[in-house]
Write a protein that binds this ligand. Structure first.
Ligand code: GLU
Length: 422
């Protein structure tokens, strides 16, 4: 089983979605189930409603999964495993107060040495533990050997036991820390491959140390994805701006990969995607690249579907929207372009008179199937020519002073002409 483990502590951003996509693709490729585990154990930072939003986004992006879990529902397992570790003497109760620890941490800082837990509570007598009324945390005993993380993308990284240290598994409020909850849950769900952001690479030896202490011997595979710089752009915002889910998916899979072609969909990516060939270097979110990809996906949309996205249900309007893809990259921009065609026009003073003449003539005009006939009719009846004809005419037909070829424009709006010139 693979898992995507988001925290409901903020808007889902492109970095999270990329992790979700890579987990989904890998689960399909390996023919293993995918679990969505909402990591809601950081009670203070949880935001109500965020988990619902996460599931909505996964659905919108076609990320199918077979199981879902709320990490907080596993609390009894976290506590049971902590007790087991205490009994097995793999963990110990620590009564050091946060203030004492902070003072020691400060002293290390001043002495310019890395802070390490000094083992104060590691060998307390049983009576000192049992009779102690003070709040306590539970710490894992520092491992007695270095731990090597083997990563599909990054290769091997070895962490010294001293750097892993005797870290906290259960806080004084009797809730697990992220590392402990995560390691226990991954074990209970029999996770085979963990794909997550490189930010978590330094957590991995701790989680391996927990597995070892629990006697869990399964060889879990790891893939830590290189950092996506400036990757905190929220998915909600991108969707509101009018980026298609297919385009966002395409862009996020493209980063760091060498696909057979630049424009593809999720199904196609499953055929060639290979975690092993992913670039090790961090990438930077590039909105211009996303814009380019979005335009390509908009271009490829069925015109009827595109027209619905811009508020119509007419194939012609979909084709009209496509005309604007030279200058517009998102649905929001396309809606503005199409909106301007149907909105009352703002006309510079110098063209006001010509504009009114053309507007009246258009209102009275018979239907012309092609732009040339319409244009001849206007020339004949208005007496306007050159820029005095074409500039106000462009404003009349598009609400803008620049844009696509008028003949292309005319063909697609001719059935709406009276409305456009109202
Ligand atoms: N809850 C972590 C996050 O939201 C995920 C950690 C993990 O995948 O182990 O990024």
């Amino acid at each position: 089983m693979l898992r995507f483990a988001p925290s409901p502590t903020g808007d889902m951003h492109i970095g999270n979605l990329r992790v979700a996509l890579f987990n989904y693709i890998s689960a399909v490729q390996r023919d293993e189930p995918l679990l969505i585990r909402i990591e809601d154990t950081d009670k203070e930072r949880n935001i109500p409603g965020k988990e619902k939003e996460i599931f909505e986004i996964l659905a919108l992006f076609g990320i199918e999964y077979q199981e879902e879990q709320l990490q907080s529902n596993n609390l009894r397992f976290h506590r049971a495993m902590a007790l087991q570790l205490l009994q097995d003497k793999q963990a110990f109760n620590c009564f050091c107060t946060p203030e004492t620890l902070e003072t020691k941490r400060e002293a290390s800082k001043e002495g310019k040495i890395a802070y390490r837990y000094d083992g104060t509570c590691e060998n307390l007598h049983a009576e000192d533990v049992i009779d102690n009324p003070l709040p306590f945390t539970i710490r894992l005993k520092k491992p007695n050997h270095p731990i090597t993380v083997t990563d599909i993308i990054k290769g091997d990284s070895t962490f010294a036991a001293d750097d892993i240290d005797s870290f906290i598994l259960m806080s004084a409020d009797k809730y697990p820390t992220y590392d402990f909850a995560c390691a226990v849950d991954d074990m209970l769900s029999d996770i085979s491959l963990i794909i997550r952001s490189e930010d978590y690479l330094s957590n991995t030896p701790k989680q391996i140390a927990i597995h070892e202490a629990l006697g869990y011997t399964k060889k879990v595979e790891y893939a830590h994805l290189p950092i996506l710089l400036e990757g905190s752009v929220s998915i909600k915002w991108l969707l509101e701006e009018g980026y298609l889910p297919e385009a966002i998916t395409n862009y996020l899979i493209l980063i760091g990969n060498q696909p057979p072609c630049e424009i593809f969909n999720l199904k196609e990516a499953i055929k060639w995607f290979d975690l092993k060939t992913l670039s090790k270097a961090p990438a930077r979110f590039d909105i211009d690249k996303l814009k380019f990809i979005n335009r390509e996906h908009l271009r490829g949309l069925d015109p009827k579907e595109l027209s619905r996205y811009v508020g119509f249900a007419d194939e012609e309007i979909g084709n009209l929207a496509k005309l604007f893809l030279e200058e517009a990259s998102t649905l929001k921009e396309l809606r503005l372009k199409i909106g301007a065609i149907f909105a009352p026009k703002i006309v510079p003073d110098e063209y006001k008179e010509g504009f009114e003449i053309l507007r009246n003539l258009t209102q009275k005009a018979p239907h012309f199937d092609d732009y040339e006939s319409y244009k001849s009719y206007l020339i004949e009846h208005s007496g306007l020519k050159g820029k005095n004809l074409f500039n106000p005419l462009r404003i009349l037909l598009s609400g803008a002073e620049h844009g696509p070829e008028m003949s292309d424009l005319y063909t697609l709006i001719k059935n709406y002409l009276k409305e456009v010139a109202k």
